[in-house]
Each structure stands twice: as structure tokens, then as C-alpha cells.
Design a protein around this ligand. Structure first.
Ligand code: NDP
Length: 397
């Protein structure tokens, strides 16, 4: 059906490549390109059967990207490198008139600030070029956004209160490790909290609001309100929302490590001089922390991510909870990676499938909740991320 270029060969890139390779009718040709080609080659060898071609590319460099895209002529470019590369890859896609999909919104490397404005600014240019950009197609953002669209379409006349709840109840046996790129992860979880209420953003101290929430088949876990990127597009696309928040679970041990990392300056993103060489502390920290892609082997337990929604149906108040639980062990057996890479990579593959099948194909720049949720929801059940719905339950929030 179509040719796809995947950029980025980390934990998420591995899952995307493995899953796409298993669907030759949809993904007829796959090129996996990244900064370090040997990582692409290792993934191609893991998949086998000459399903995956590989290449080296610096995704910060537009002419290099353009040359690669022109050579391979993909129908879609899937960006699972880092958020820093979103704009250069979108620029290259525009120049080559090829559609684009990613899992995380743009973030400048020298400022820990992520928002959609930079990518939404490409809307007109993508429309004019007749190509599609699908933004935020991982789990959160991604599946949580599609869950919200599904709820609004099928279960509510008006959604009013949205609480996205993200629990990782897994144990990787390390004193401290992050589940995806450490630099991006630490920048995200150490920032000030923020949520939407009554038409405006409310800011909090980092981790100021917290309470135990009960996750299905897991139990109660202390959960913290943090800012997460899908809130920005969801409150825009669902203007009936009176409040929208994002909760994430953290263990005490994790928070203690995080506090120490911040207090000693290792979370700094500005360069410091060390032995005459400029280094960025958080990038150095990434080099000494466990590689998230290697956590899978001893990872036990589950992730549980979903949406708790309150609103109106037929003039009456209704509550609704939709979620997926994913086993780290099952994810590892299937793809060689842990559950967080898996829950990001599977929806990314499904989004690419939606595009190639013409179901999510419209010139312009879109967040995933702007497309029809139905075919995507059906594929989640087929490809390892089944979802469960609970009606009229205590949402605890
Ligand atoms: P990793 O750090 O494991 O992988 C990133 C990959 O991108 C690496 O292979 C890296 O190369 C490559 N890369 C980095 N910079 C460049 C560059 N300039 N040119 C080419 N390749 C480059 O990250 P993850 O796999 O954990 O995460 C991938 C993406 O997924 C991130 O953007 C992350 O924010 C997003 N994500 C989204 C989630 C969601 O639910 N929506 C959840 C989790 C992650 P090298 O190997 O040389 O370092």
C-alpha cells in the first residue's frame, strides 16, 4: 500500500519498525534512518527477512533530510527521533511534498517549553502543498486524545471534565531510570504544573496537586497533576471542557532522585564549562543513566493509561472511564522493548496505517483527535492495546 520512512532508532523506533514490518500489505517498503546507523541495522537484523532498509541521517539538517526523502520517495515520514527535530523534518517534508507524522510536539533545545504553536503555524503551508501532518500519535498524546474523541462521539452530548490518568506500575529493578528519552522525560516532569479550568490555564508548583487514584487491576497509586501537551489541543478541539487535567504516578524513590538531580544542577539545560569543554548537564546525565530501550528484559508489571470523563448525556450527568492496561513483559516478548516504548510505538504505527489507507488523510496540520476515531480504535484492539470502558463509575477526581 505505501512506503514509509521512519526517523529515530530508539525504543519507540524499534516498536514502530517491528510492528510495521509485520504488516507487509500496508507497509510495503520501510526505510529506518537515524543519527547512528548501527542502531538501525540492529533493529533491521532483529526483524529479519530484509524487511527494513537502513540509512544514516542527521535530522537537524534539512538538506540531508531532503536528499534522503528524494532518494527513497516515501508516502509518509514518521518522526520518532526527538521533539527537537520536529520542525526540520516538517520543513523537509514540505520541500518534498511528503506527509508527516510524529508522537511529541516541538520543543526548542535551549528552553524546556513545549507547545503546539510552532507546528500549528505550518497548517497553511501543508494545506497548499496538499500534504498531511498528523501530530501527537503516541499514547499520550495519541491514544488519550483518540479516547476523548471516541467518548465525545459515542457516549456524551457534551464532555465537561476530562482527567487523563497515566500510571506506570512497572518495576525495572533499577534505582532510577526514565521510561523514555531521559532528557525529554526529566524536562517534562520537573516543569511547573498546569491545567485548564473555566477558560484559562491554572499554574501550580511542580507536583503540588496529588492524591491516590485507583487503577484497574493495579490498585491505588499516588498521582500528580503535571502539564502534558495533549491538554493544549484537546481544550481547543473540545471547547465544552470546563476542566482538563493530566495525572501521572510517581514513586517516592523516583521523586527523591529527581529532587537530588535538580538540586545538584544535573537537570540544567544550559552549557557549563568542564575541563575546557562545554557540556550540558542533562545531556551528560542521559549518557550515564540506563538506556530506556534496555530496561525491558527485567521489567515486570503494567502500565495503565486512560481518560476519566464527566459530562452530559440525554440531559443527565454521566461518568465514563476508558483505559488500556499494558504488560511490560508481554511488550518485551513481542518487540524486545518495555511497555512505554510499546504503548507509544503501536499507536504511531496505527496512525501511519490510517494515513496510508486514506482514513486520516487531509491536507493541513492536525492533532489526532480531529480525525475519525473509529478505525483507529478498532486497530488498537487488533495490535496489542485493547481498551476497556466503564460507565457510571466513581472517577475519584
Ligand atoms: P530515544 O532517545 O530512545 O530515541 C531517539 C532516537 O532518535 C535515537 O535513535 C536517536 O539517535 C535519534 N536521534 C536523536 N537526534 C537525532 C538527530 N538529530 N538525527 C537523527 N536521529 C536522531 O527516544 P524514545 O524512543 O524513547 O522516544 C522517541 C520519541 O517518542 C521522543 O520524541 C519522545 O518524546 C516520544 N515519546 C512519545 C510518547 C507518547 O506517548 N506520545 C511517549 C514516549 C516517548 P541516537 O541513537 O544516535 O541517539
Amino acid at each position: 500500500m505505501g512506503k514509509v520512512l521512519i526517523i529515530g532508532a530508539g525504543g519507540v523506533g524499534t516498536v514502530v519498525a517491528v510492528k510495521m514490518a509485520g504488516l507487509p500489505d500496508v507497509f510495503t517498503e520501510i526505510l529506518l534512518a537515524s543519527r547512528t546507523k548501527s542502531k538501525c541495522d540492529a533493529i533491521a537484523a532483529q526483524v529479519g527477512g530484509n524487511r527494513i532498509q537502513t540509512a544514516q541521517v542527521d535530522a537537524d539538517n534539512v538538506p540531508e533530510l531532503v536528499a534522503l526523502i528524494k532518494r527513497f520517495q516515501p508516502d509518509l515520514v514518521v518522526n520518532v527521533a526527538l521533539p527537537y527535530q520536529d520542525l526540520t523534518i516538517m520543513d523537509a517534508c514540505l520541500e518534498c511534498r511528503v506527509s508527516y507524522l510524529d508522537t511529541a510536539n516541538y520543543e526548542p533545545i535551549d528552553e524546556a517549553k513545549f507547545e503546539y504553536s510552532w507546528q500549528w503555524a505550518y497548517k497553511e503551508r501543508f494545506e497548499k502543498a496538499g500534504i498531511t501532518a498528523i501530530l501527537g500519535c503516541g499514547f499520550d498524546p495519541g491514544v488519550t486524545s483518540v479516547f476523548t474523541a471516541h467518548a465525545a462521539k459515542h457516549h456524551f452530548d457534551e464532555i465537561q471534565y476530562l482527567d487523563i490518568v497515566d500510571c506506570n506500575a512497572g518495576d525495572h529493578g533499577k534505582a532510577f531510570a526514565t521510561n523514555f528519552n531521559p532528557e525529554i522525560n526529566i524536562r517534562e516532569v520537573t516543569q511547573r504544573g498546569k491545567y485548564w479550568e473555566n477558560g484559562q490555564w491554572v499554574e501550580t508548583e511542580p507536583h503540588e496537586i496529588h492524591k491516590p487514584l485507583t487503577y484497574p487491576d493495579i490498585g491505588p497509586k499516588e498521582s500528580y497533576v503535571i502539564y502534558h501537551e495533549e491538554l493544549e489541543s484537546l481544550v481547543k478541539n473540545f471547547p465544552t471542557l470546563k476542566r482538563a487535567r493530566f495525572w501521572m504516578t510517581f514513586g517516592q524513590e523516583y521523586l527523591t532522585h529527581l529532587r537530588v538531580i535538580q538540586n545538584i544542577g544535573m537537570a540544567r539545560i544550559d552549557p557549563v564549562l568542564y575541563n575546557g569543554v562545554e557540556i550540558v548537564p542533562i545531556q551528560f546525565l542521559k549518557a550515564v543513566l540506563p538506556n530506556p530501550g534496555d530496561l525491558g528484559e527485567n521489567y515486570t508489571g503494567w502500565t495503565s493509561i486512560g481518560c476519566r470523563i464527566r459530562g452530559l448525556k440525554d440531559g443527565k450527568e454521566k461518568t465514563y472511564y476508558i483505559y488500556n492496561n499494558c504488560s511490560h513483559e508481554v511488550a518485551f516478548k513481542e518487540t524486545g522493548t518495555q511497555g512505554v516504548s510499546y504503548t507509544t510505538g503501536v499507536p504511531c504505527m496505527i496512525g501511519a496505517m490510517m494515513y496510508l489507507q486514506g482514513k486520516w488523510k487531509r491536507p493541513g496540520v492536525y492533532n489526532v483527535e480531529e480525525f475519525n476515531p473509529d478505525p483507529f480504535m478498532a486497530e488498537l484492539n487488533r495490535h496489542g492495546l485493547p481498551w476497556i470502558e466503564l460507565h457510571d463509575v466513581d472517577l475519584e477526581v
